[in-house]
Design a binder for this molecule. Structure first.
Ligand code: AMP
Ligand code: MG
Length: 492
């Protein structure tokens, strides 16, 4: 058995990029779950991680030789308001491992205070830890770029939130933890050299092909733009609402990061939000592309000094290039939704039909995931009743369905029936299982009384979200109306 051998490329950046941080040892650590498959992917020894020494590391009690724990500095716009210093207030980066040519951060979330903790205790509690575990692993299995869950442990300590709650530590794996807010941290201090060092680091780590370009820093902005456009379209195609798309929660490699009050929507509405603090609907499902663009503009501001001496030229270049975000996003969005409804061609009529579909779903108040799931089943030969039953007004469903059928016929035209190809695409685009909020809540509530079985079951079912798993069919179902959970856990 062997402990991980950490590398420390980020810690080698100048001291103003980070602060040394020492995890608080957990008084009575217990492993809740270890992600053995991920450990293997990372070249880590799962048997060691599950051993006393492994759990000691995962709970912050004892780090292996060569660990050089740090907290990263960053800033950010939170709900549009500028905060010049945030940073890892309850996260400690142990180091990096390299597997398959990819560098990954291994980070403990909830292991105690750091220089960036401000008034916070640096701790995490069980609910949000389990929530991030379930949702981030489900996202990975759904094929969404995301941070991952390596482990969850309880600490044996009580942490005060709405009352005493069990303390827990989440081990997060990420291709890095660099955010738009990391760039903003240096920009906000007029530290152009810091921005340049960070940009060089990000290019080296995430976009190495840019090194050979004439204008690597401009290339960096475009690359982040394009990854965000793809990511947000993919989120939306799954009914996913991030919930807190602040610039400090926007990853520069286009990964989903910082799962707080996020959710997969049950009943569809484009203006749906999931965070109780998001009263204005800033981060609603349908606002996500606009917010991503806003966040990209904040990134562009930080990079501007690297774009050459002619500032007016640089600004107009940025405006025109960020202006292209909508188009790129629109392409991704249209393709993803065409796949979901089984449209094969990329034309005006198909795009219009995607819009028609979303309007029908909104008016029909249909369950997002079940709508596409039942539609897939319908094309495979099932009855139309389950699909129509999702509509508050089944007549509305019938009208839409006949439009859809007409659309498919028009697409096929002289080509002949292409349903086999359609079905293949729909099955890959429409998951059977997503982590529904009421199920995640239920698993958390059970864990609070010592029963981890619902949590483990969710994680296991969601590892194969596109597979029919009839024995777990109840996890597919939408919540009963009275069950809809109003409150979601915030990150804290
Ligand atoms: P998040 O909600 O994860 O996006 O965090 C926003 C900011 O608050 C980050 O700088 C966190 O490090 C910090 N933060 C959140 N919870 C805590 C906590 N319990 N203790 C210290 N800092 C925290
Ligand atoms: Mg955050």
């Amino acid at each position: 058995m062997s402990a991980p051998r950490f590398e420390h490329s980020y810690a080698k950046l100048p001291p103003r990029f980070h602060a040394p941080a020492t995890p608080d040892p957990a008084p009575a650590p217990a492993l809740v779950r270890l992600n053995r498959a991920l450990a293997e992917e990372l070249g880590l020894d799962a048997a060691w991680l599950a051993s006393d020494d492994g759990v000691a590391m995962l709970s912050g009690a004892k780090l292996p030789e060569g660990a050089e724990p740090i907290a990263m500095a960053y800033a950010g716009h939170q709900f549009g308001g500028w905060v010049p210093q945030l940073g890892d207030g309850r996260a400690i980066l142990l180091g990096e491992v390299v597997a398959g040519g990819q560098r990954y951060d291994i980070q403990l979330k909830g292991a105690g205070r750091t220089r960036f903790s401000r008034a916070g205790d640096g701790k995490a509690v069980l609910g949000p830890v389990l929530r991030e575990y379930v949702v981030s692993e489900a996202m990975a299995a759904l094929g969404v770029p995301t941070t991952r869950a390596l482990a969850a442990v309880t600490t044996g300590e009580k942490v005060f939130r709405n009352g005493p709650e069990p303390g827990a530590i989440f081990t997060r794996v990420a291709r890095s933890h660099i955010r738009v807010g990391t760039f903003q941290y240096f920009h906000g201090r007029d530290d152009d050299e810091g921005v340049r060092l960070l940009a060089d680091y990000v290019i080296e780590r995430h976009y190495p092909s840019l090194r050979d370009e004439a204008e690597p820093y401009r290339g960096l902005l475009l690359a982040v733009r394009d990854r965000q456009a793809a990511l947000i379209a993919q989120w939306m195609s799954l009914g996913f609402i991030h919930g807190v798309m602040n610039t400090d929660n926007t990853h520069v490699a286009g990964d989903t990061i910082d799962y707080g009050p996020c959710a997969f929507m049950d009943r569809f509405h484009p203006r749906k939000t999931f965070s109780s603090i998001d009263r204005q609907g800033r981060y609603a499902w349908g606002n996500q592309p606009g917010i991503a663009l806003w966040n990209l503009a904040r990134l562009a501001e930080t990079l501007l000094p690297l774009f050459g001496a002619d500032e007016a030229q640089a600004i107009s270049w940025v405006e025109s290039e960020l202006g292209a975000f909508r188009g790129t996003f629109g392409e991704h969005f249209a393709r993803r939704f065409r796949d979901k409804i089984g449209l094969l061609d990329d034309g005006e009529a198909q795009r219009a039909h995607v819009d028609t579909t979303l309007s029908a779903m909104t008016e029909g108040e249909v369950d997002f995931t079940l709508f596409f799931r039942h539609l897939t089943a319908l094309l495979a030969g099932d009855d139309e009743a389950p699909l129509l039953a999702l509509f508050a007004d089944p007549e509305r469903g019938r009208t839409w369905l006949s439009d859809w059928r007409a659309m498919l016929e028009a697409e096929d035209g002289a080509k002949g029936n292409r349903d086999v190809e359609r079905l293949e695409r729909m099955k890959c685009a429409n998951p059977v299982f997503v982590p529904r909020n009421h199920r995640v809540e239920e698993a958390i509530q059970a864990a609070y009384v010592g029963d981890y079985a619902p949590f483990h079951r969710l994680v296991e079912v969601l590892a194969r979200p596109f597979d029919e798993q009839p024995e777990h069919a109840e996890l597919e179902a939408a919540p009963a109306p009275e069950e809809v959970v109003q409150r979601t856990f915030c990150g804290t």
